[in-house]
Design a protein around this ligand. Structure first.
Ligand SMILES: Nc1nc2c(ncn2[C@@H]2O[C@H](COP(=O)(O)OP(=O)(O)O)[C@@H](O)[C@H]2O)c(=O)[nH]1
Ligand SMILES: [Mg+2]
Ligand SMILES: [Zn+2]
Length: 310
């Protein structure tokens, strides 16, 4: 029997079979996946093969190849990673210009990571109802910036429901990862989209778990029109530790476009003569905030250059 893993709590996985049953399953033996050392070999979003037993539970006996997967580095076992989700179609990055303010650095790091994983991102600007004129104006500028680069943007208010309907056609029949800083309204948005999901808001759990990173619980929330949302606590961004320095330029779409005119093909766009990127920043074709984010990621790479990637 085949099915989709929609929930993972410790060693148990809830698998939705092709004919719609939910079967609690465990992994059979310890099968290894090539190329990745992970603390959990199976993740939500995986398509698996099941062998059912008399008790009504099942063994997971095989996993189909993944289109992609999102990992978080395991905090204790440095060479292992934890797979948060597999076969993700897109990410919804919920951001707020205030209450709390999402920094452009955070957005840009997330976008670069998503480019590396080839996961399209939709930027969801939330909390319009409590923004001042000035903040709404700033939001418009942000929207313009990211749309110009090529990212789809949606503005809404998860609390009042205003604008939420714009998301419905965008998430239908897709597996969407919901991301964003704590407090931006992810759970509130889920409650608007899937009232029966009854998500706890205001991050009660996060307040107690700060810095512990112990949550291994992942769940896909089914949308009535088809598709799933994944709200995994702890996804602050994509693992950027395995992005090579030389590749970083290509994860900033507009920087990449300008870099084709740099004098040196291995230009890092920091100091080189004839750098078309630096010129484009000076001429305001590339936003200063984007260039700053690029530089900050490049700096991390320098600091971590002896860290093992996997
Ligand atoms: N005014 C306003 N408050 C919101 C909105 N969306 C969420 N909130 C509030 O922001 C706080 C954090 O929301 P929550 O959904 O728990 O954020 P999460 O950490 O991203 O899951 C809660 O008090 C929500 O009621 C919104 O659109 N407008
Ligand atoms: Mg939440
Ligand atoms: Zn350059």
């Amino acid at each position: 029997m085949k099915g989709l893993v929609i929930k993972n709590t410790g060693s148990w996985y809830t698998v939705k079979t092709d004919d719609g049953q939910l079967i609690e399953s465990k992994i059979k033996g310890n099968f290894r996946l090539k190329g990745i050392r992970s603390t959990n070999p199976v993740a939500v979003g995986d398509h698996v093969q099941l062998i059912t037993n008399q008790e009504g539970t099942a063994f997971i006996s095989a996993i189909e190849d993944r289109r992609n997967y999102i990992v978080r580095k395991s905090p204790n076992l440095s060479k292992q990673s934890h797979i948060l989700a597999a076969n993700v179609d897109q990410a919804l990055l919920v951001v707020t210009v205030n209450y709390p303010q999402t920094s452009t650095t955070f957005i840009d790091r997330f976008l670069a990571g998503a480019e590396a994983y080839r996961v399209p991102v939709i930027l969801v600007f939330n909390k319009r109802d409590i923004l001042s004129e000035e903040e709404l104006h700033y939001e418009q500028m942000m929207r313009k910036l990211y749309e110009t680069i090529g990212y789809q943007c949606v503005e809404l208010s998860a609390a009042t429901g205003e604008g939420v309907e714009q998301l419905i056609p965008l998430i239908k029949d897709k597996i969407s990862l919901l991301s964003g800083n704590s407090g931006v309204g992810k759970s509130t948005l889920i409650n608007q989209l899937v009232p029966e999901a009854d998500q706890r808001t205001a991050e009660i759990s996060d307040a107690h778990n700060t810095g512990m990173h112990t949550t291994t619980f992942s769940e896909m929330i089914a949308l009535s029109a088809g598709g799933y949302l994944i709200d995994t606590p702890g996804i602050k961004g994509f693992g950027t530790f395995d992005i090579e320095k030389e590749e970083l330029t290509s994860y900033f779409k507009e920087i990449f476009r300008f870099s084709e005119n740099c004098r040196f093909s291995n230009c890092t766009h920091t100091h080189e003569p004839g750098c078309a990127v630096i010129r484009a920043v000076e001429d305001h074709y590339i936003a200063a905030s984007r260039y700053q984010s690029y530089l900050s990621m490049l700096e991390d790479k320098d600091e971590n250059k002896y860290r093992e990637s996997f």
